[in-house]
Write a protein that binds this ligand. Structure first.
Ligand code: 2P0
Length: 360
């Protein structure tokens, strides 16, 4: 690059989110829209996140993508997702942007003449069922928004674009508890968007404990798994129509009232039903393994002992467990985890202060 062909860039980070009411099954694979609403908690920035830099320059010859330092050769499916995000956000670019670094003005039409380079890093296992695609595509969209100084034409439009990258990514554009409304009233599915259900700081006492059971890449990708489930599982159809709508109401009420008992129960039941639909898929899909199942038992025994729900498990498309709890029980819960899984030794609990307290 020369001063007349500067590189414009923006770096952002986006956290992952963990669903309490699960998204499983697409209504439209073209628009990447779901058969049911879902609801998740976006984790803190400090935990599981993707950091992405979007750059563009007249000196670049083509669009390129790097993941954790390695250039990605995009297949047709990745390319479609990537294009939807880049073209979608670029179409919303501000007419003129003052690029502070270079003290110049770039017009909207000029952006279109510049290829983009995207470099993204994850600080957690990719494709191990810890929603790496959620953080990844949310960070991609947010970095493009910053690069192009893009503006939404209607609330939730950025989330509709992130959704086309990866469904769960639309929920990571907001903090706290976020619902993804399935939509479908509008023909172009522009109503399939995410929205926060409460203020980000509404329920500050909530904690997520993540147990990495395996960091191996999962055997059945979510996209492939969903396709098979939609075509073969009658339970999935029943769940989308007759179970999830009621559960969304219940969990939103529980969150508003900070009622952990109801929140925890609905979360656990929905995780169980999601994995039941995987088992009802033909051929069946197994995401949970024996260690995952032992975590389920541990949590139920703990809650029975406490005579209330103090921890709630949830599992995504992989064997790793996420336990939701409240701040006042986090040390107790961690002590229990360390007691039953002593192999989670020093250095594996990323919060060393909490670990010390739990060991005591
Ligand atoms: C969720 N999962 O609600 C559910 C629970 C996995 C189990 O969203 O095809 O990676 O990119 O839209 O978003 C995983 O699906 O799938 C997922 P695509 P995505 O978090």
């Amino acid at each position: 690059p020369t001063p007349s062909t500067p590189i414009h860039s923006a770096t952002v980070s986006a956290p992952t989110n963990i669903a309490c009411i699960k998204y499983w099954g697409k209504a439209s694979s073209h628009y990447n829209t779901p058969i049911n609403d879902s609801l998740s908690l976006t984790l803190d920035q400090a935990d599981l996140r993707a950091v992405t830099t979007a750059s563009c320059c007249k000196c670049f010859t083509e669009d390129k993508l790097w993941l954790n330092g390695k250039e990605v050769q995009m297949n047709a499916s990745t390319l479609k997702r990537f294009r939807a995000c880049v073209d979608g956000i670029r179409a919303l670019a501000s007419d003129k942007v003052d690029d502070i670094t270079h003290q110049i003005v770039v017009t909207r039409s000029e952006w279109e003449t510049m290829p983009v380079h995207i470099a993204s890093y994850n600080n957690f296992p990719t494709a191990a069922g810890l929603a790496s695609s959620a953080a990844g595509y949310a960070a991609l969209v947010a970095s493009l928004v910053a690069l192009y100084d893009a503006r939404e034409e209607y609330p939730g439009q950025f989330s509709a674009i992130a959704r086309q990258g990866s469904g769960s990514a639309c929920r990571s554009l907001y903090g706290g508890f976020v619902a993804w409304r399935a939509g479908g009233e509008r023909e172009d599915w522009s109503d399939s968007i995410a929205e926060p259900v409460v203020d980000e700081m509404h329920w500050e006492e909530i904690r997520a404990v993540i147990l990495v059971v395996s960091n191996k890449e999962k055997e059945t990708s979510s996209t492939k798994g969903m396709e098979t489930s939609v075509t073969t599982s009658r339970l999935l159809e029943y769940r989308a129509k007759h179970v999830v709508p009621q559960r969304m109401k219940e969990i939103e009420k529980a969150i508003q009232e900070k009622d952990f008992e109801s929140f925890g129960k609905v979360t656990m039941m929905d995780s169980n039903q999601f994995h039941a639909t995987c088992l009802d898929t033909y051929p069946p899909i197994f995401y949970m393994n024996d260690v995952s199942k032992s975590v389920v038992t541990m949590v139920h025994v703990y809650n029975e002992w406490a005579e209330e729900i103090r921890a709630a498990y949830t599992f995504d498309a992989g064997p790793n467990a996420v336990l939701y709890t409240l701040e006042k029980y986090q040390v107790e819960l961690l002590a229990l985890v360390l007691r039953y899984y002593p192999e989670v030794g020093e250095g594996y609990v990323n919060n060393s202060e909490l670990r010390k307290e739990a060991m005591e």
